[in-house]
Design a protein around this ligand. Structure first.
Ligand SMILES: NC(=O)c1ccc[n+]([C@@H]2O[C@H](COP(=O)([O-])OP(=O)(O)OC[C@H]3O[C@@H](n4cnc5c(N)ncnc54)[C@H](O)[C@@H]3O)[C@@H](O)[C@H]2O)c1
Length: 383
């Protein structure tokens, strides 16, 4: 069956999704990009012309998603807009009978995410969150290494990333508006980290964190390309301590206010060794560390099933899995529930900061028992 696909949002990340569709098309995967929708017609029109050139079919251009849903017969919709719109767009697509893959983070708040999961269940549609980080060769290899017990029991993780950010992240005005983004780098980037925490280590029990906005003004480009001064209402930095249900503890940082030297690393320590930015060291018989290079690690643990048709691009891989679930049944690896869990870890950061750095149980955030930070967002959206 040829899958009929629609896209809503034809900005930066959607370009990755368009490339994914093109890659699947080159593998003779039976799909057709039928409709493209963006509030800016020129962006959708550019996607349509790329589709014509690269896939030989021309999707209809829309600026209103409702018109797209009314006019096109779509099996699936890929959504990549600012976070405030995720539930506003996803729920009508599900109601119209489409399967949906929405970009991370699942939603602007936990309540909004729950409404999306409920709608998918009500309408018996596949609902996936586009979260590609764990699908890369190295994260897969790290998972296999941990599962094989190579470094013993993992009990500490350090995940830190910061800089002043690329023009994509720091120059997009909506990314600094709490009403549109929900939270700054601890949500926008941090939800990738949170998903890796779940994947590599397991459930997060509680979070203690501080978050703040160091940069009171920034320069960015509006959607129409004009240079604009941004007065952020979202944070630009978060530093957290994380306690996992299995006893592992972690230190976690995300910032867009680190001038000078950008910084980023992921280190996991276990009872027998460590994985440091992908390199494994285990205690040798003489007490000295024995090193395995990252390339060897990847080569050793690369099961073909994770990379069908030899595809390595993690966005293409998530699309492939989503389309296979639509056609043959099954649940996407990152469905609404996993996407919401990752988001709750991020919102535990903001809820902890709102509580003066007190420990916050992730389950309480998931259950909606703790929502001080998110309340104004929910209220403004009538949630
Ligand atoms: N997975 C990743 O690595 C990754 C990387 C970047 C962004 N993202 C996610 O992708 C999503 C989009 O981010 P981006 O960087 O592409 O943002 P962007 O600003 O580049 O693109 C968003 C697009 O949505 C369009 N849009 C806004 N309102 C709309 C509406 N009502 N109907 C149709 N289109 C509308 C805008 O015109 C714009 O073209 C976010 O959820 C973000 O977190 C994921």
């Amino acid at each position: 069956m040829s899958l009929s696909i629609g896209m809503i949002g034809c900005g930066g990340m959607a370009r990755g999704h368009l490339n994914g569709l093109i890659e699947l098309h080159t593998h003779q995967y039976d799909l057709r990009l039928t409709a493209v929708c963006d509030a800016m017609a020129s962006r959708a029109a550019e996607f349509a012309s790329i589709s014509t050139e690269q896939m030989g079919t021309t999707p209809t251009v829309y600026t209103d998603y409702r018109a797209m849903l009314d006019a096109s017969r779509l099996d699936a919709v890929l959504i990549a807009t600012d976070h405030r719109l995720h539930h506003i767009l996803t729920i009508p697509c599900l109601e119209a009978g489409c399967h949906v893959m929405v970009e991370k983070p699942i939603a602007i708040t936990i309540k909004a995410g729950r409404a999306m999961i409920d709608a998918a269940q009500r309408h018996h549609r596949i609902f996936a969150v586009a979260e590609q980080y764990r699908r890369g060769e190295e994260p897969r290899a790290i998972k296999a290494t941990l599962d094989a017990g190579v470094i013993g029991t993992p009990y500490m993780i350090f995940r830190q990333s910061g800089g002043v950010g690329s023009s994509i992240f720091c120059g997009t005005p909506w990314r600094h508006s709490k009403a549109d983004v929900g939270g700054g780098p601890m949500l926008d980037n941090g939800v990738h980290d949170a998903d890796l925490f779940l994947y590599w280590i397991g459930e997060v029990d509680e979070v203690m964190a501080l978050a703040t906005t160091f940069e009171k003004t920034r320069t960015g480009k509006t959607t129409t390309g004009e240079v604009a001064t941004i007065h952020p209402t979202a944070d630009d930095t978060g530093i957290a301590l994380v306690r996992f249900a299995n006893g592992c503890i972690g230190q976690w940082t995300e910032s867009w206010a680190m001038h000078g030297q950008p910084f980023g690393h992921t280190i996991i320590f276990g009872s027998k060794g460590s994985i440091n930015n992908g390199e494994i060291n285990v205690d040798g018989p003489d007490g000295k560390p024995v090193k395995t290079e990252r390339e060897a690690l990847v080569a050793q643990y690369k099961p073909d099933a994770l990379f069908p048709m030899g595809i390595k691009n993690s966005v293409t891989l998530e699309q492939h899995e989503f389309f296979e679930c639509i056609q043959h049944g099954g649940t996407p690896e990152i469905d609404g529930h996993i996407g919401l869990k990752a988001e709750a870890i991020c919102y535990a950061v903001y809820e902890s900061n709102a509580a003066g750095g007190q420990p916050i149980k992730v389950q309480d955030v998931l259950d909606g028992k703790v929502d001080t930070y998110q309340r104004e967002l929910n209220e403004s959206l009538g949630l």
